[in-house]
Design a protein around this ligand. Structure first.
Ligand code: CAA
Length: 240
């Protein structure tokens, strides 16, 4: 029986690369998304991966969404918390909405989703959770107090949950991607981007597939001794 994997934000960018790599590697994959129905439909048609729409920032919707995936495929063995947003701005200009929306999706989304799967994983004594953090949660980034706080929070969250899951064979790890070739990074102003790229020793953006390879490594049945870690995949931009 193949493992059931649920990927949030799983139809575009790093999430899409992760969904498709897990599928190719023998997992039964369900992809969550929120917002772009056309993109999700096209992704599902192309890959055969079923897609489910809900907002991970919404606790009740996350519970209901996971219940639907479980009803369709069975219990979730592998959860990839990839859904995330940016609302960049220097703090002196940042609105409460910019702050809250990023914390709600990027950090509370991890709580909402983990809370929805953790009891099942505990009962079955197996689980693999990977939370997508960011290089900017480690290093900080001008204009991203909200995002850096959320992504640093994801790392602390992962370590704490790793401690709680360890005795039941539930591993919890974070990945901190660097600047990767996705729509999120494409939205960074050109001038800021030049400065950022000059600080990447490898000299280019990451490919979403390069982050997905890290996820695949961490979710294997054989990865049971790796927990509470943060895997940096950032072209050398920041060496924690
Ligand atoms: N370091 C120091 N100073 C900087 C700076 C930096 N990196 N960037 C800008 N500044 C300075 C400017 O030179 C300017 O200085 P003066 O006032 O002396 O002229 C000042 O800061 C501008 O400040 P403002 O508050 O007016 O900023 P702004 O409204 O022009 O916009 C910004 C600032 C929104 C942060 C914009 O620079 C930006 O979008 N930067 C990119 C942020 C970024 O990297 N986001 C990553 C998104 S992708 C992602 O997050 C994925 C991932 O996980 C890696």
């Amino acid at each position: 029986m193949s493992r059931i994997a649920l990927v949030t934000g799983g139809v575009s960018g790093i999430g899409a690369a992760t969904s498709t790599l897990l599928q190719k590697s023998g997992f039964t994959v369900a992809a969550n998304y929120f917002g772009n129905d056309e993109e999700a439909k096209a992704f599902s048609k192309e890959t055969g991966i079923p897609v489910y729409s809900w907002n991970v920032a919404d606790f009740a919707a996350s519970q209901a969404g996971v219940a639907q995936v479980v009803a369709d495929f069975g219990p979730v063995d592998v959860l990839i918390n990839n859904a995330g947003i940016t609302r960049d701005g220097t703090l002196h200009k940042m609105t409460e909405e910019q702050w809250r929306s990023v914390i709600d999706v990027d950090l509370s989304g991890c709580f909402n989703m983990c809370r929805a799967v953790i009891e099942g994983m505990r009962e079955r004594r197996f689980g693999r959770i990977v939370n997508i953090s960011s290089v900017n949660g480690l290093s900080g980034q001008f204009g991203q107090t909200n995002y850096a706080a959320a992504k640093a929070g994801v790392i602390g969250f992962s370590k704490a949950l790793a401690l709680e899951g360890a005795a039941r064979n539930i591993t919890v790890n974070a990945i901190a991607p660097g600047y990767t070739d996705t729509e999120m990074v494409a939205a960074v102003p050109e001038q800021a981007m030049q400065g950022i790229l000059s600080g990447v020793p490898i000299g280019r953006l990451g490919h979403p597939e390069e982050i997905a390879r890290g996820v695949l490594y961490l979710v294997a049945d054989e990865a049971g001794f790796i927990t509470g870690t943060t895997l940096s995949i950032n072209g050398g931009k920041y060496m924690a």
